[in-house]
Design a binder for this molecule. Structure first.
Ligand SMILES: NC(=O)c1ccc[n+]([C@@H]2O[C@H](COP(=O)([O-])OP(=O)(O)OC[C@H]3O[C@@H](n4cnc5c(N)ncnc54)[C@H](O)[C@@H]3O)[C@@H](O)[C@H]2O)c1
Length: 248
């Protein structure tokens, strides 16, 4: 394993499970000091333990601006800088419903984490990147940023917004040596699929050219490349990782 993140401090949101957990483990294995944030204390502790001595866990709700401010202040006080932000925390709606049936409170809950949370995290961290003259941000979008599926309109809407937020921010910070990209996974084998029926998963696998779901570690490998100094000219992009599903 290369050591692309030696002497770098990275924050990964939603690091207790799934893709975020895999990102924390990957960055730590490449030498980063990684601060994983989440709202699930038990799972976060287990993920930090799996990532090894370079990893630290902080409870932080991505939808809560004051929690984010406090978390960022603590990271700066303890580690001195933030070089990398992986804006990964994301949720789906509680129920699969058509648009007019979606309860407004569930709409707001999904937007609060998936869109406002991604904005709030950048709002708190970009000033530190501007002051140090560099930074790299990866926002977790989805193939749903490009292509709708039925019965999940808050999620699909939120991931379209993450893609355009990434592009807007990329236009604003390019001259400040802050790179911002989006990663767009297809269906990946994590707890986010807990509400999906076995038939639904079977159908997703059948539609995949590779005949399987993605693995969180495969997404983490792409995230690590984009966040690293190996990708200095990659900025404002949206990188699909879906085993060929979008190609057909
Ligand atoms: N798994 C997929 O098929 C898939 C596909 C495309 C995009 N994504 C995106 O990847 C990201 C990670 O998804 P995953 O599949 O690993 O999900 P997951 O449910 O396995 O893990 C998400 C983590 O985020 C945490 N979290 C939830 N709300 C939070 C909040 N308010 N503040 C902080 N942490 C919070 C959860 O506790 C959990 O640990 C999400 O943005 C998701 O939309 C996933």
């Amino acid at each position: 394993m290369s050591r692309r993140f030696e002497n770098k401090v990275a924050i990964v949101t939603g690091a207790a499970a799934g893709i975020g957990r895999a990102c924390m483990i990957r960055l730590a294995s490449e030498g980063a000091t990684v601060i994983g944030t989440d709202i699930n204390r038990d799972k976060l502790d287990a993920a930090v333990a799996a990532a090894g001595p370079g990893a630290h866990g902080l409870i932080c709700d991505s939808a809560d601006p004051s929690a984010i401010e406090a978390m960022v202040a603590e990271v700066i006080a303890r580690f001195g800088a933030i070089h990398v932000l992986i804006n990964n925390a994301g949720i789906g709606p509680r129920q699969r419903l058509r648009l007019h049936e979606q309860p407004p409170e569930d709409w707001d809950r999904v937007m609060g984490v998936n869109v406002r949370g991604v904005y709030l995290m950048q709002r708190a961290i970009i000033p530190h990147m501007l002051a140090q003259g560099s930074g790299s941000i990866v926002n977790m979008a989805s193939t749903g940023s490009f292509r709708a599926t039925a019965m999940s309109s808050p999620y699909i809407t939120s991931k379209g917004a993450v893609l355009m937020m990434t592009r807007a921010a990329a236009a604003e910070y390019a001259r400040d040596n802050i790179r911002i990209n989006a990663v767009c996974p297809g269906t990946t084998n994590t707890d986010i699929l807990a509400n999906s029926s076995a038939e639904m998963i079977e159908m997703l696998v059948a539609r995949s050219p590779q005949g399987r779901l993605g693995q969180p570690e495969e997404v983490a490998a792409l995230v690590a490349f984009l966040a690293s100094d190996e990708a200095p000219h990659i900025h404002g992009g949206a990188y699909i990782i879906d085993g060929g599903r979008s190609a057909i």
